[in-house]
Design a protein around this ligand. Structure first.
Ligand code: SAH
Ligand code: SF4
Ligand code: F3S
Length: 456
């Protein structure tokens, strides 16, 4: 949704580098919208930019390091063009605040995760030569309303797929996680604003919306809970597909499983972050479920939708994790048969409880555990993909294949990436296809002649 790419003759140019999760991508889109009001236009080139913003992530140490090395690289640009303004936003900015200004003299302003709507005011001060740090939290009501004058009026043309943030922050305090510190406590946006934003997206070309929140199923505002919100969004004409990420396993209940099974737009895919297969580690992570209750929830979903795709997040090398406990994670991976795993080496984050736990695991053991996990998962994905060969799937077309002629790409309702040969179908169309081949990380298909389509 790079809505700022237009006639740039009178305006200034902004380059935004986004790190981290979809929530940051969503915030970057909002920054573009806000900046367009100030006559800033999007550019893909840092060299061309009058303003560079780094929208940062601090989920793991590596993500934070990336920001400082990028700032190092920007030094040359700033010395070549002293008029260039550099801002740092997002989760590192929220946590580090003014320290970033002290660490790098080239940074002009730092702003937190609640402050992106204050960009115009900050920029005016920056252009007067001030250095700014703005990391204060909005009051609850303001976040809830998400400053409606900006929230959804500026979208001129959106992509086929869009993200939509429904809750900000998190109340869970998992012992490894920095997010409650960077995004604050959980606040749910008003359902009316969410529905209006979704309608606006659909009216400008979006066909698939992914709702974002750290724990979407704890959504509650104006007496509307998450399932009721899904019901309201499902009714929007022209919205073909609805997804969400992530529900916390402890809060994944029957009502939500029923909604996934019954609402037509809701895709048969669930991201259910397990983190570990060991109950002792789960307790120390403060996740508040056991491996058995996790299995029960998977069974509950599969009971309603036997072929639903399930993805997860896993952490290896949490403090104190023994070989046996890592093996329990591997057992869970084999038992559930996830369609996709995001796996991470535990990374200590400032201000989180787990940094104080004893028995931190060495880097080499973490790397070895990650290697074993990835190797096993690769085989599981191959088997999963193989099962799809010969089946009919509904694909939402996202565009032409970047290399192959007469080939388009898209995703199944289970979120598997597919290349479709012998098709010139336009982006945004739904196409029924026959899966012909499984590659290590994607599927190949041909358009199927059947018009009626039964789903996965
Ligand atoms: N709210 C989501 C997670 C958001 S963070 C949830 O609860 O599922 C995305 C993933 O990053 C987490 O699921 C976890 O697997 C990983 N992660 C978070 N903090 C981490 C850390 N300190 N080290 C390694 N991985 C981490
Ligand atoms: Fe972090 Fe846990 Fe909240 Fe997810 S639920 S954002 S892992 S604290
Ligand atoms: Fe990173 Fe912040 Fe998202 S820490 S993962 S950008 S919520």
């Amino acid at each position: 949704m790079k809505s700022c790419t237009q006639n740039t003759e009178d305006g200034k140019k902004v380059f935004i580098q986004t790190y981290g999760c979809q929530m940051n991508e969503y915030d970057t889109d909002k920054m573009f919208e806000v900046l367009r009001q100030e006559n800033y236009f999007h550019t893909d080139s840092q060299e061309d930019a009058d303003l560079i913003i780094l929208n940062t992530c601090s989920i793991r140490e590596k993500a934070e390091h990336k920001v400082y090395s990028e700032l190092g690289r920007l030094r040359n640009l700033k010395s070549a063009n002293p008029e260039l303004k550099i801002g740092v936003g997002g989760c590192v900015a929220q946590q580090e605040g003014e320290a970033i200004l002290r660490r790098d003299a080239n940074v002009d302003f730092v702003f937190g995760t609640d402050n992106l709507f204050e960009l115009p005011r900050m920029l005016r001060k920056v252009h007067n030569g001030e250095k700014i740090t703005q990391t204060g939290r909005h009051d609850r009501q303001k976040v809830r309303n998400f400053i409606p004058e900006y929230a959804f009026q500026q979208i001129s043309k959106s992509g086929i797929k869009a993200h939509l943030t429904i809750t900000k922050g998190c109340n869970n305090h998992c012992s490894f996680c920095v997010v409650p510190l960077t995004r604050g406590l959980e606040v749910s946006r008003e359902p009316e604003h969410i529905v209006a934003e979704a309608e606006k997206l659909v009216s400008t070309g979006t066909r698939e919306i992914c709702l974002l929140g750290q724990n979407v199923n704890s959504y509650k505002a104006n007496g509307v809970d998450f399932v009721e919100l899904l019901n309201r969004l499902d009714k929007i004409d022209g919205l073909q597909r609805l997804r969400f990420t992530s529900p916390h396993p402890k809060d994944f209940h029957e009502k939500l499983a029923d909604a996934i099974a019954s609402l037509p737009s809701l895709c048969e895919h669930l991201h259910l972050p397990l983190q570990s297969g060991s109950n002792r580690i789960l307790r120390r992570m403060r996740r508040w479920y056991t491996i058995d209750t996790f299995y029960e929830k998977v069974a509950m979903l599969r009971d309603r939708l036997p072929k639903a795709a399930i993805s997860t997040d896993l952490i290896v090398g949490f403090p104190g994790e023994t070989d046996e406990e890592f093996e329990m994670t591997m057992e869970a991976v084999r038992n559930v048969g996830f369609d996709l795993i995001y796996s991470f080496k535990y990374s200590p984050r400032p201000g989180t409880r787990a940094t104080e736990y004893p028995e931190h695991i060495s880097e080499s053991i973490k790397s070895e555990r990650l290697r074993i996990l990835l190797e096993t998962q690769e085989k599981i994905v191959q088997e999963k993909y193989q099962v799809l060969v010969g089946t009919e799937q509904e694909v939402l077309i996202e565009g032409n294949h970047h290399r192959k002629a007469n080939t388009v790409t898209g995703r199944t309702r289970g979120n598997h990436p597919v290349s479709i040969h012998n098709s010139t179908e336009k982006a945004g169309e739904l196409l029924s296809v026959l899966i012909t081949r499984a590659n290590p990380n994607s599927l190949e298909a041909e358009p199927s002649s059947a018009i009626s389509f039964a789903g996965i």
